[in-house]
Design a protein around this ligand. Sequence first.
Ligand SMILES: *Cc1c(COP(=O)(O)O)cnc(C)c1O
Length: 513
Amino acid sequence: MCLSDTFRRQSGVRLLPPMLYKAPANPGPIRVKKKPEVTLDPENWAELRALGHRMLDDMIDYIEHIRERPVWRPIPQEVRDRFRADLPHGPSDLAEVYEEFERFVVPYAAGNVHPGFMGWVHGGGTPVGMLAEMLAAGLNANLGGRDHVPVEIERQIVEWARQMFEFPQGSSGLFVTGTSLANFIAILVARTAALGKEVRKRGVARDGAKLRAYTSAAAHRCIPLAMDLCGFGSGALRMVPTDGRCRIDLAALREAIEEDRANGLEPFLVIGTAGTVDAGSVDDLDALATLCKRENLRFHVDGAFGALLVLSPELKPLVKGIEKADSIAFDFHKWGQVPYDAGFLLVRDGELHRETFITPAAYLRPGAKGLAAGSPWFSDYGPDLSRGFRALKTWFTLKTFGTDRMGEVIARTCWLARHLEARVRAEPRLELLTPAQLNIVCFRYGSDDRVNAKILVDLHESGIAAPSTTTIGGKLAIRAAFVNHRTQTSDVDALVDAVLRLGPLAEEEFRTP
Ligand SMILES: *Cc1c(COP(=O)(O)O)cnc(C)c1O
C-alpha cells in the first residue's frame, strides 16, 4: 500500500486518481519585446580612464600620507544616514559616486591602514596588494574551477604554503574568507577522518554523538562556533584550562582525554593555537603533535596570525611542531599584510580533504580538455563554488617582497611589543597584565575598569592610536597588538604618552565628589 492510500484512509481526504492530474499548460517562452542594445560599459572610455587614473592616484596618496590622518574618527549621524538611501532605479554619474566615496567613506574607515591601529589583529595591507586586487577585479576570474591560469596561481600558493610549513607532496589547500572558515573546514575534514565519508549522507547524529574535540580556554571563539556548525555542537568541545603563559595545559588535556574515554566518549581532535588573540601565546605544538600521535587523534592548528612566524628564522622555533599538524588554518590578511580577505587552509591529506567536499553535478562535469578541464577544481575542497581571485594579491605580495622581508616585518612587530612592555614596566601608573609573548601586550592604567574603558574610547576619538580591550584575570585591559608593518617605535610611544595624559582626566570623571 502506498503512502497516499494510508494517508487518505486516515485523514478522510479524497484524492483524485493520478491520471486525472493535469500538468499545467506550457506557458511557452517568456515574450519580451525587442530591446535596444544595452551594456554596462562606459559610453566614453577616455573619461572613465581619466577618472580611473585619478582614483588610483588618490588611493596611492591616501596610503602614502596615512600618518597625517587620524587613525579613526566617529561617524556623524548625517554621514551614516546617507547610506540608508532608497534603492537607486536610475543612473548616477560615476564621478559623483566617486565623490561620495571620497567624502563620506574614506574618512570613516576603520583605520587599520594607519600605523596607530593596534586593535584586535588587523593587517595593514600594502599598495602592492591594492594594485593586485584591482587587476584581479579586471580579470573577474572565478576560481571555482575550469582551466585558466588564475587557478594555477592559487595552486602555486598552495605549493608555497606546503613549502612554508614543510608539508608533504599531496597536501591540499585553498583560499577562504578567513581563519574562521578555514577552521570550520578543517573540522569537517576531521569529521570525515573520524566517521568516513558516509557521514556526509548519514549526518553526525548516529555515529558522531560521542566524538569529542579539545582546545584551550584561550582559543578563538570561532572554534566552538565551528563545532556547532559541523553539527557536533559546541558542547562536544572541551575548553582545556591554560597554564601560567596562557598555553593549553598539557596535563589537564591528557586528563580530559582519559576522563572522556573512561566515560565511553571518543576523543578525535585536538586544536592547538599559534598566537592566541588575548595574549599572543603559542601552545606547545610539538608536544601536542606527539600527544595526538600517541593517542591517535587528529591535530589541527589555528595559526590565524602566528603560523606565519615560520617566515622569521629567529621566531620560527616558537611554532616548532606546526609541521606535524594534519591541517593548519591561517590568514594572509593579518601578519601577511595582504588586503582583506585572504584566509587559507592547508591539509596534509589532500584526498581526505577532497572526499569531504566533492559533490558531482551534471552541469559541473570536468572535462579532459577545453575550458572545463583543469581538474581537480578548488570547488571540490570547500563549500564555495564561485570563488574570487584572492590568490593574485597574495602572489603579488609574496613575489614582490619575498618571504624573508615578510619575516622581518613580523619580527619587527614583536620587537615593538617588547618596547611597549619595557615602557609599561617603567611607568608606576601602568600595570603590565600580559608581557609581550609575540606582538601583543595587555596593560592598564591604575586600577579602575571604568577608567580604562574611558581611556580607550578617548584614545579612539583622539585619533592618536586605536588599541582594543580584553579581560585578563578579571581586569579590563588595554590590549595593543602590532600587526601593521607601518607601525614604528614613535607610534608605540605616542600610545603610552596618550594613555598617561588621558588617564588622570578619566579618573577625574569617576572621582566621587
Ligand atoms: C583572527 C583570528 C581568527 C579568525 O580569523 P578570521 O580571519 O578573522 O576569520 C581565528 N583565530 C585566531 C587565533 C585569530 O587571531
